[in-house]
Design a protein around this ligand. Structure first.
Ligand SMILES: [Zn+2]
Ligand SMILES: [Zn+2]
Length: 442
């Protein structure tokens, strides 16, 4: 099975028993990554016996692909209607309540499939609405900018808080290379940034496995690793935005998406780098600032995580034990009170939700793990070899720059104060073990 981890085809529509002890399923039936992939969609609709489609785009993706797809569907005698989602006051689209209602108003009782024509945000809104209205969801990515096309969770912004809501994966993906190669270099670089974040998300998963016996799947990890390798091996082509480059990037993003589908959560592909990025995003929303590309933030955040890994890797077992003992002696360790206070400071009006996510609500006095410092020291050799597997921050930054994306927080407009806050508070975005949480002890 592991031998096929770098390929997409063998997993489509499969349900199987994995060596990790769990049964996995990839609900995606079809992935077409080629020039002219748009023309495959009407054919697929016919094969599936679907007559009525709702195509969902925004102003930008309408021009890039929406109109063409509508014409192709009409030429194939399908009844296709268009829903063009309206931008917010910044001229942008966020996956929030406003946009969800816009789409809901377009879903007629007879629409059989909803087609997302666009990048990550449109996909997240469509995946949520398709799931809640029990419609089939098809994906037409217009830029290789995120690995979320294939995923099952919809990161939505509800009441200013970013949360991942269970939804559905697309049944089919039609990625047209001619279209992807025309997407702005910033979007391509963002997709590359989202993939570079897998270095740290995979390492974070290993930390969870070592310290907490978290469920781990070697196949899913290998699939993410191979997807990442496709991108790193084709970094020059991706930087140049060639068809080969965007193909490899799209394949990498899809493999990463499938790895998440197999394990049923985002653990293989999302760790501390995503938490940092989500924290910046929330603060930008609260401050009504212009949104940044997801992958651009993740890439820069991965550089910060790599720096934490590098510092941890430099410690011998004795040095780690001394660092922990010194923290304990001066009382500088995570306690229930401290965690609650940090959440109140870092999250303001949404602190209640964050406390609940972390199992730190009023009813959970036993949330603290007193044995953790001892386990960190005991398992230090294993932890250290995970830390060493992460490339240096300089290497990651250089790779991001080669692809034409930002590599430092200043380039994103994330100020020193926000960076400091995020390194302190972002770990609470998700109740998931990461290098940020480990660094609290070192
Ligand atoms: Zn991501
Ligand atoms: Zn498995």
């Amino acid at each position: 099975m592991i031998a096929d981890a770098g390929r997409i085809e063998p997993w489509l529509g499969k349900r199987f028993q994995c060596s990790c002890g769990r049964e996995h399923e990839a609900p995606i039936r079809k992935v077409t990554i080629e020039r002219g992939a748009l023309t495959a969609l009407p054919k697929y609709a016919e094969e599936r016996g679907y007559r009525e489609l709702l195509l969902v785009a925004d102003r930008r993706t309408l021009d890039a692909a929406g109109r063409e797809l509508l014409q192709l569907c009409e030429a194939a005698q399908l009844q296709a209607r268009l829903c063009v989602l309206e931008d917010d006051e910044h001229g942008e689209l966020a996956a929030d309540e406003r946009v969800i209602v816009q789409l809901m108003l377009h879903v007629t009782p007879s629409a059989q499939a909803i087609v997302a024509v666009g990048s990550g945000t449109i996909h997240d809104v469509v995946r949520f609405v398709a799931h809640r209205t029990n419609r089939t969801f098809w994906s037409v990515p217009t830029a290789p900018s995120v690995d979320g096309f294939a995923s099952v969770g919809a990161p939505l912004i509800v009441g200013g808080f970013k949360q991942t809501v269970p939804a559905c994966a697309p049944e089919a993906i039609f990625a047209d290379l001619a279209l992807l190669a025309k997407s702005p270099q910033a979007m391509i670089a963002a997709g590359f940034g989202d993939m570079l974040g897998k270095y740290t998300s995979l390492a974070d998963w290993q930390l969870g496995r070592i310290l907490f016996g978290e469920p781990y799947c070697e196949l899913a990890a290998e699939m993410t690793r191979q997807g990442l390798a496709l991108c790193v091996d084709h970094a020059e082509d991706i930087a140049a935005g060639t068809e080969l480059g965007v193909r490899k990037l799209m394949e990498g993003l899809t493999l990463s998406g499938i790895s998440m589908l197999l394990v049923g959560n985002s653990r293989p592909a999302s760790g501390g780098e995503h938490h940092l990025s989500h924290y910046w995003e929330m603060r930008f929303i609260q401050e009504r600032r212009r949104a940044l590309l997801h992958g651009a933030k993740v890439g820069v955040a991965a550089v910060k995580m790599a720096a934490l890994y590098e510092s941890a890797a430099a410690l011998s077992q004795e040095a780690a034990a001394e660092a922990i003992a010194a923290r304990q002696a001066r009382g500088d360790v995570p306690t229930l009170e401290r965690m609650r206070a940090q959440i109140a400071e870092g999250y303001g009006s949404i602190a209640e939700q964050v406390l609940a996510e972390n199992g730190l609500g009023a009813a959970s006095e036993s949330a603290l793990d007193d044995e953790l410092p001892r386990r960190i020291v005991e398992r230090w050799d294993d932890i250290r070899s995970v830390c060493r597997s992460v490339p240096s921050p300089q290497e990651l930054a250089a790779a991001l720059r080669r692809a034409g994306g930002p590599a430092a927080v200043e380039e994103l407009g994330v100020e020193e104060k926000l960076l400091r806050d995020s390194l302190q508070y972002a770990m609470y975005v998700r109740n998931r073990y990461t290098i940020i949480r480990l660094a609290q002890w070192l």
